[in-house]
Design a protein. Sequence first.
Length: 466
Amino acid sequence: MTQITNHLPTKELQALDAAHHMHPFTEGAALARKGARIITRAKGVYLTDSEGHQILDGMAGLWCVNVGYGRKDLAEVAARQIEELCYYNTFFQTSHVPAIALAAEIAKLAPGDLNHVFYAGSGSEANDTNIRLVRRYWDVKGKPEKKVIISRKNGYHGSTMGGASLGGMSPMHAQGGLPIPDIVHIGQPHWWAEGGDMTPEEFGLMRARELEAKIEELGADRVAAFIGEPIQGAGGVIVPPATYWPEIQRICDKYGILLIADEVITGFGRTGNWFGSQTMGIRPHIMTIAKGLSSGYAPIGGSVICDEVHETIAGSGDDFNHGYTYSGHPVAAAVALKNLELIQEENILHHVKKVAHPYLMERWQALADHPLVGEAKLVGLMGSIALTPDKATRAKFASEAGTVGLRCRERCFANNLVMRHVGDRMIISPPLVITPSEIDVLIERATKSLDECYAGLKSDGLLVAA
Ligand SMILES: *Cc1c(COP(=O)(O)O)cnc(C)c1O
């Protein structure tokens, strides 16, 4: 048997990885030629790789390690739960303490009457659940023709057939025959890229009204729900204009359409409040949760459901024929519960709001003075900068979209900073516990990377507008 060890030379690990491990969202052959970067340990906001580099993780893994890496409390809770009750299901009229306690805690933290939790193993699964939930809800209400779910282009809702269909990522739809039937997409509120000569406020209203037009086109009697991320994450940390969400809310209310807020990234403190819906002033019927729920220490997600939707389905006189082996997995639930406890005990929301956000905001916005940067956005601790050859006109580069972003990301990697690129936009989502001095390191490495990227573009003649 192959020993799993951190002491194999990097080259050998890379060769085994290339031979046997197929990576998500990756061109396998290109990675095999280059060799994966191998992360061996992590503590706080820093990763260590197999070559001993200390890398500041500006993405908290994949937007999830909100309390930072290497928490002993969470390790101990997991170990204890494995000994006490490693697994039991919640299908056949049984329950267990971690699933119960976590659901009660989520209900306490969630706004309004979002009082019921259906567990999944991930955000994608939870969004698949949401498709089942909203269609079942309208069935029970005697309106089985209300099936269509309206979503946004460039939204991200996961990678299962359902999740990727709800999402509006064209490279994902292009593979595997997506979207599945009865999911339709409207435009995104991405003013920087698509706003033309409109003000952000005008553009926000215009994009929200695409929902109304789509409902009118299909007929409200066919539309089950609208789903959106309060702030698009994987799409490039796109903060909608202030006019957008109030108008979406008005339209959902007017036509009796269920509103699903996908809070997988924005939940549990990322925007400075418990949920992005609170930050953006939305009243969803269902929220999708995952990622920060356990700070990524264990895989768990779920749907948080309002009283009316829950009572309708629970009182239908029939089973809800849906569930996962690992719905409410006791180890994951115990870890998530402890994670929520840490966020409260350590006042992490207060830290985000009063310390980390204001400090990072000042330094992040100053990046907009860099010759390569157009706008710099930051809500709570999720931020983005738009790279552009000409800020005045918000121009795109002449090179294929993503060329410049990828070059910038590679400079960041070389400078021991994880900052991701989405097209030619750079994004961050650091652990919520990041301190001002760690923010200084982040900004210093980001600035150095932008400088190097800019110099490289200049010398390669790529500083050209489309
Ligand atoms: C990551 C993400 C998902 C998918 O979650 P997984 O745990 O990767 O399945 C869904 N929605 C949003 C908004 C996400 O960012």
